[in-house]
Design a protein around this ligand. Structure first.
Ligand SMILES: NC(=O)c1ccc[n+]([C@@H]2O[C@H](COP(=O)([O-])OP(=O)(O)OC[C@H]3O[C@@H](n4cnc5c(N)ncnc54)[C@H](OP(=O)(O)O)[C@@H]3O)[C@@H](O)[C@H]2O)c1
Length: 516
């Protein structure tokens, strides 16, 4: 067995066949140690997801949850904290019997990240869980903490023998984005983590990959015959990938300033969506095969030496949005008045492969935009011979397949149809698939899927270091280019779709952004 013990008897196929799907994938005896229990992510997403997994019968009866933090909490006080977060944020209804079983395995260890005594107490706590709850030495360490604390925690875990499993056991570490600030810092971060944990024990969470709609990109493309023959430069004109938020930065100024929209979202979520949309069919959905195909696409993104005209960036100004007057980015609490951090970024990327040569991929993300929406729009070329010459370009656009990642999850196909009447007028119509209409069960939260996969040791949905580095190699030149520009990013109206330069980016290619 490998040091990490990433040995699941099950296949690591993220798209299970119908027969397999009926067999629940239940985690084996194990415990999860959560660093950063008082943080937003732990309270709103992680602890509720753990409860939802328990409620769905996917955690073993012998599961342990250990919180590690600097609050002066007893086990009982921590249990009460977890209960509050579960009742407030869990997806599934509260069930007393499930809670009783889960809460019996909840412990709290108080301490800071450089505190040997606290890590000694953590070791004892895990030994007690192994002994009394039967967690069998299988432990996952979830670092829901700022990346500058990873080194201290990994070192202490190692010094206290917590990162090294005995035979037949496993130890895993889960890290959250951001995976560095640029290529160099990503490599340094990786060095720190992999000094203690072997590569197959490191689970990097990009929670977008845990979303059903994102996994459905693979089903849409590779389980059907309808789309794949058209999914190439012969038929596709361009691809637009959008992640828009209608809110501002809220209380995240401390994190966001100096990071910005491109590092926060494009480096991870949007480049993952690009890779899944553009990759070749993997020979299986095993982690190795899936990751290799994604990496090939990212490696094939080649940038011109001169990046002028290849990107746009902006900062939201103050104004009215949704009937409310909102602050501009530079007026937000904690943002310096001369900050050059962007709250909107758009890029044009070209993938130099036979399949995609000449097909631009446009990526955009921003805050305080018109709507909260994430989608991938594959826009097709016009028919080579259009008999309907009199068509109105505004009413009859280009055919498109739009994968709606969130909200209103589903897929839309847009095509032209004859308008009823005696004329030969053609207009766009849409065919919609919505998860809510086609399936009765609600989709699990991304974190439910990902935490379960960590406990099962199934890595396909977790990017490996190579993907992280390739993504920074794409983004770093844009960051350098932006730094070389004088002055602030362009201001855009709250509730709009970004700065004028974003429209110009596409207009230069004779195209326009979709208004989702
Ligand atoms: N929030 C999200 O939706 C989201 C999304 C993606 C990625 N992430 C990443 O996930 C991680 C957690 O995010 P978050 O939003 O939960 O952050 P957060 O609200 O700032 O929480 C950070 C946690 O780390 C603890 N912490 C920080 N420094 C510490 C120290 N020196 N010693 C002990 N504990 C320390 C804090 O404990 P105290 O309460 O004691 O300060 C708190 O529990 C971050 O790396 C973030 O970048 C978050």
């Amino acid at each position: 067995m490998s040091r990490s013990g990433a040995s699941s008897p099950r296949s690591s196929n993220p798209l299970r066949d119908a027969r397999d799907r009926r067999l629940n994938r239940i985690a084996g005896p194990s415990s999860l140690v959560l660093f950063g229990v008082t943080g937003d992510l732990a309270r709103k997403k992680l602890m509720p997801a753990i409860y939802d997994l328990a409620n769905r019968g996917l955690l073993p009866p012998s599961f342990g949850l250990v919180g590690f933090g600097r609050r002066d909490w007893s086990d009982d006080e921590f249990v009460a904290e977890v209960k509050e977060s579960v009742t407030q944020y869990a997806r599934t209804p509260f069930n007393d019997a499930v809670w009783e079983q889960l809460s019996a395995g909840i412990r709290f260890v108080q301490g800071t990240f450089d505190d040997d005594e606290a890590f000694g107490a953590l070791q004892e706590c895990l030994e007690e869980l192994d002994r009394d709850r039967g967690t069998r030495g299988n432990h996952a360490f979830y670092l829901s903490i700022p990346p500058d604390a990873f080194e201290a925690v990994c070192q202490k875990l190692s010094e206290h023998g917590l990162a090294q499993p005995d035979d037949g056991q496993w130890r895993r570490v889960v890290i959250e984005k951001p995976f560095g600030h640029d290529l160099e810092s990503a490599q340094e971060l990786n060095r720190i983590v992999e000094e203690v944990f072997p590569p197959d024990a490191v689970f990097r969470i990009d929670h977008y990959l845990g979303k059903e709609t994102v996994q459905n990109i693979l089903a849409l493309r590779f389980a059907n015959q309808l789309f794949e023959p058209l999914w190439n430069a012969n038929h596709v004109d361009h691809v637009q990938i959008t992640m828009a938020e209608d809110i501002g930065i809220g209380s995240r100024a401390g994190y966001y300033d100096g990071v910005g929209a491109a590092r926060d979202v494009i480096q991870n979520h949007l480049l993952q969506l690009l890779a899944l949309t553009a990759m070749e069919e993997p020979i299986s959905f095993d982690a190795e095969h899936l990751r290799t195909e994604k990496e090939k696409v990212l490696a094939a993104v080649q940038l011109p030496d001169d990046l002028a005209g290849r990107s746009a960036r902006g900062q939201y100004g103050s104004g009215w949005q949704g009937g409310e007057h909102v602050n501009g980015f530079l007026e937000e609490d904690g943002i310096p008045a001369d900050s050059v951090t962007e709250s909107f970024a758009a890029l044009r990327l070209d993938i130099h492969t036979r399949r995609w040569s000449g097909v631009p991929f446009y990526l955009r993300t921003g805050k305080r935009l018109g709507r909260r929406v994430t989608e991938i729009a594959v826009v097709f070329k016009r028919a080579p011979n259009l008999l309907f010459r009199e068509h109105d370009e505004a009413a009859f656009g280009q055919n498109a397949v739009v994968i709606r990642v969130q909200p209103d999850e589903g897929v839309t196909i847009r095509f032209g149809s004859k308008v009823p009447g005696t004329q030969t007028e053609v207009r766009d119509v849409t065919m919609d698939f919505g998860y809510g209409h086609s399936f009765t069960e609600s989709s699990p939260e991304a974190y439910e899927r990902l935490i379960l996969d960590v406990l099962l040791g199934e890595p396909p949905l977790f990017p490996r270091q190579q993907e992280v580095e390739l993504s920074w190699q794409i983004l770093d030149p844009f960051e350098k280019y932006w730094q070389s520009l004088d002055g602030q990013p362009e201001t855009y109206e709250p509730g709009s779709w970004g700065p004028a330069s974003a429209d110009e980016l596409l207009a230069a290619d004779g195209r326009t952004w979709r208004r989702p």
